[in-house]
Ligand binder design. Structure first.
Ligand code: NAP
Ligand code: COA
Length: 268
């Protein structure tokens, strides 16, 4: 699907774009011709991502920073935009997650996820705003089914991603007047990702998840990237403030049930 879209001469920044889904998104924009910037904590992951995305032959730059640190994020985005120019697309997808029950997780554990997912998304949008092409830019946050569906062992991620959705909609409301669209993509369970390795670590759990998806399979990072390519394109010119599930129908019901089943398995 990627070849339907031509991003030559465009610029894209992906916060958290050094592994998994976000790396797939960054790579897809690069393969479509865009100059790309990525940011995450690990300098090694940043280097590896820049090298692998750069195989597309486009300009790729990276910066190591923690999205919880506003000044570092602002410096990173500023430095990269100083090289590639103002942004046509800003993707905010850095996140952390692990299964933990409300009655046993520490306050620090809850705070870590809220700080990375929600406050980190604010930092990326706030710091990125002055570098967005106006009119014309497209901002994409990465949500999760947890944002609207209560799930056992996911209170931290549910609270954080619900906040991400609301932040997305508020920014869409404010920035629409400037010709900047802000939307969220909500992935379902995606294969070969750290997220699902943590949430469904055994073959038995992965099978439970697979069977709970109406389409009967995990999605791919490319399928999330394809939605981002569409969202940032003129084909989605009037889409603003939308939270778009790309989840095989998982959020229609199975997503909640499967986490309750997994909690029961863990409880023995
Ligand atoms: P992943 O590979 O672990 O990707 C997370 C990325 O964020 C990495 O590049 C990581 O790099 C970076 N990161 C984490 N904490 C950070 C921080 N504090 N500051 C800056 N960067 C940080 O995970 P994934 O499973 O592909 O998930 C990617 C996104 O999709 C997340 O927003 C997640 O909530 C969402 N999602 C995933 C699934 C799924 O099935 N996997 C489903 C729904 C939604 P560093 O370690 O170098 O910081
Ligand atoms: N279960 C329960 N609590 C956990 C946990 C787990 N599996 N992993 C970490 N925590 C707690 C820690 O004990 C700590 O609590 P404390 O402050 O009370 O001591 C708190 O969470 C922060 O942990 P720490 O390791 O210091 O955080 P960090 O900032 O270095 O890392 C995480 C953030 C915890 C989210 C880490 O898992 C991470 O970096 N994840 C990124 C990758 C990822 O999760 N990918 C999937 C995205 S969907």
């Amino acid at each position: 699907m990627s070849d339907l879209f031509d991003y030559s001469g465009r610029t894209v920044f992906v916060a958290g774009g050094t592994s998994g889904i976000n790396l797939g998104v960054a790579r897809a924009f690069a393969q479509a011709g865009a100059s790309v910037g990525v940011l995450s904590r690990s300098p090694d992951k940043v280097r590896a991502a820049v090298d692998s995305i750069g195989e597309s032959g486009v300009t790729v730059l990276g910066f190591a920073a923690d999205v919880r640190d506003y000044e570092a994020v602002a410096q990173g985005i500023g430095a990269i935009c100083g090289e590639i120019g103002e942004l046509d697309v800003l993707v905010s997808g850095a996140a952390g997650n692990f299964p933990a029950a409300v009655d046993t997780m520490s306050a620090g554990a809850f705070a870590a996820v809220v700080d990375i997912d929600l406050k980190g998304t604010f930092n990326v949008l706030r710091a990125g705003r002055e570098h967005l092409r106006a009119p014309g830019a497209s901002v994409i946050t990465i949500s999760a089914p947890q944002s609207t569906i209560p799930m056992a062992m996911q209170a931290h991620a549910c609270a954080a991603k619900a906040g991400v959705d609301m932040l997305t909609k508020c920014a869409a409301l404010e920035w629409g007047h400037h010709g900047i669209r802000v939307n969220a993509v909500m992935p379902g369970p995606i294969e070969d990702t750290e997220g699902m390795a943590r949430l469904a670590p055994t073959p038995q759990m992965a099978d439970l998840v697979t069977r709970s998806v109406p389409m009967g399979r995990y999605g791919t990072a490319q399928e999330i990237a394809d939605c981002c390519l569409w969202l940032a394109s003129p084909y989605a010119a009037y889409v603003n403030g939308a939270i778009i599930p790309v989840d095989g129908g998982w959020s229609l019901g199975g997503a909640s049930e499967v986490f309750t089943a997994m909690r029961n398995m863990l409880a023995g």
